[in-house]
Design a protein around this ligand. Structure first.
Ligand code: AMP
Ligand code: MG
Length: 410
């Protein structure tokens, strides 16, 4: 059902639920070398090819022994010396010890390692004081991971810190979803490229480069279609190109109810569109739906609204297409140091900066103001101050809930 005609405003959680219900991850996958797969999303669970540790080995530079042969202060003759990368073909002889270094394999029969700081060398051999517990300083085969264990689930974004793990369990490449292709454009007759001289009434198109940079950070392929004038035929052409070349089209501007706002009508012509008046501030008008081949998210044009709705609504959609599971932003309870303007009816995502002061989480409002055109409120912030839909004004000292910025905005 289209909610174009629904009375009232749609809460953000319902909008997200409807959107995520419809979207499915891109189906094509590819095998990439592990270092080339950083930032990509696993398409299936990744399993260990070998045990970790691969063999029983020493956790210390010291002496390996059979614990039942040892006693505090009793010297044991040294049978052999084993460095990392070497291995001893013969078992540990009864009543002997081996000199062994960190990472070297334990010989058969050796079950304990004594650190060299607790060893005393003499003509009779090496004596140990104190003697540790049986099994001390030994890293046993398979105690971290076993062959076949899932090391990364499907839908996981591969991070630099995952690389070492994947390599250590014997993997060479990993199966990931193909990159999602996203077309982006801005619409508005007033919009000019950075670096041009502005005529009266013109402004710089800041939304599109801003969105482009955010999309790059998400690791998608970006098709930048530039600025489209407020003309139905030009918009039709932009949607048609975007539909042919991308999985998702993101636009800024023109989704409101002004006389030059054609986006919604053209979308309704070309596709199956839900238009939402969201119960959030900033960012009330938003279009979501499907063209014949690509999905579509139409963001409002006011710069703060564009970026906030991109973060709160478009990013979950993009992550779903990428094959990731939806992770809501982390929340934190805080005390507001400022009085905050708020009227009941919409959920506010005011921009704030939180810090721990005197042992409590405190938040201040950012920017010269919280208007949907005041970008400094966003660039100075590290969280949203998420004020509930029915809440009224907030007094300084009242408790508020923060939604913390994640790596998308960081
Ligand atoms: P609209 O959503 O098209 O009604 O635009 C709302 C406000 O955002 C207007 O003040 C526009 O000039 C401004 N705006 C729209 N698109 C952009 C853009 N790409 N960059 C900067 N400001 C924009
Ligand atoms: Mg406009």
């Amino acid at each position: 059902m289209s909610c174009y005609d629904l009375p009232g405003l749609l809460p953000i959680d319902q909008a997200l639920e409807r959107m995520l219900d419809q979207l499915t991850p891109v189906e094509q996958v590819e095998d990439l070398a592990i270092t080339a797969a950083v930032g990509r999303i696993t398409a299936e669970p990744v399993r260990a090819r070998v045990n970790l540790p691969v063999f029983d080995n020493s956790a210390m530079d010291g002496y390996g022994l059979r614990h039942q042969d040892a006693a505090t202060g009793k010297p044991l003759p040294v049978q052999a010396r084993i460095l990392a990368g070497q291995s001893l073909n013969t078992p540990l002889q009864p009543g002997h010890c081996v000199r062994i270094m960190t990472g070297a394999p334990l010989p058969v029969g050796c079950d304990t390692v004594v650190m060299q700081e607790h060893a005393q060398d003499s003509d009779q051999g090496v004596a140990f004081d104190p003697l540790p517990e049986p099994g001390a300083n030994v890293r046993l085969n398979g105690t971290d991971l076993k062959q076949g264990d899932v090391v990364l689930p499907a839908g996981h974004r591969i991070r630099p810190i995952d690389v070492a793990l994947l390599i250590s369990v014997g993997l060479v490449d990993v199966t990931v979803h193909r990159r999602v292709r996203i077309a982006v454009f801005a619409s508005g007759d007033e919009l000019q490229a950075a670096g041009t001289t502005l005529a009266p009434g013109q402004i710089y198109d800041s939304n599109r480069p801003g969105l482009h940079a955010l999309l790059d950070r998400l690791g998608v392929e970006v098709l930048d279609l530039g600025v489209i004038p407020d003309e139905p035929q030009a918009l039709r052409q932009a949607f048609s190109t975007a539909n042919e070349t991308s999985d998702l089209v993101i636009s800024s501007g023109g989704v409101s109810v002004g006389e030059a706002d054609f986006t919604r009508d053209i979308l309704a012509e070309e596709g199956d569109i839900e238009f939402w008046k969201l119960a959030i501030k900033p960012g009330k008008p938003l279009a979501f739906g499907r063209l014949s081949k690509a999905w579509f998210v139409g963001l409002p044009g006011n710069p703060v609204s564009t970026l906030v709705t991109f973060h709160l609504i478009a990013v979950p959609a993009i992550r779903r297409l990428m094959g990731m599971t939806h992770r809501p932003l982390a929340q934190l309870a805080a005390i507001s140091q400022d009085a905050l303007h708020k009227s009941p009816g919409r959920m506010d995502f005011q921009r704030g900066h939180w810090a721990v002061k005197d042992g409590t989480v405190q938040v201040r409002c950012t920017g010269s103001g919280q208007g949907s055109h005041q970008l400094s409120s966003l660039t100075d912030a590290n969280c949203y101050i998420a004020l509930e839909q029915e809440r009224g004004p907030v007094l300084a000292g009242e408790a508020v809930t923060l939604w913390l910025f994640d790596d998308v905005l960081a």
